[in-house]
Design a binder for this molecule. Sequence first.
Ligand code: ADP
Length: 164
Amino acid sequence: MTRAIYPGSFDPVTFGHLDIIRRSSAIVDELIVGVLNNRCKDPLFTVMERVRMLETVTKEFPNVKVTSFSGLLIDFATETGANLIVRGLRAITDFEYELQMSQTNHIMKPGIDTIFFTTSLEYAYLSSSTVKEVAMYGGDISHFVPESVMDAMNEKFQQKEELS
Ligand code: ADP
């Protein structure tokens, strides 16, 4: 049985992430999307909001589960009995960090390998931070995220405006 973890911040999930989820879930028995609860970052969405958004947009994939985690990825992978870690590569700028992380993880747990999916060309430019920036200034993000995520972003920015 091949169980893989696709970890990330997913703040918010984009069509680029979904493309990696679709392609990787097709070649493993089970894919766990792990939403990182990272204390060092200041996310737009809470970890529970990100988990729920991912659950909604991955409903069509029966072998995909979504869960949050904190701490070391390799510990989370061990706890869940995963033998693969999935990551996406967009540009050369992703490569150095990803290579370092995968080698570090492999030294800590030689039984767990990282596999990389190169981005589909149409999503090569796409990142959660770009989406947030466009949305913040009222731009159209329908090319970047599913409708349910678009609604959640509009709601979030409206709440922020009301608070300020
Ligand atoms: P992190 O904070 O771990 O980088 P992200 O949510 O930004 O979390 O990304 C999670 C994973 O998805 C990373 O491996 C990243 O390279 C990949 N990814 C993000 N956007 C895209 C995209 N447009 N195409 C392919 N992979 C992507």
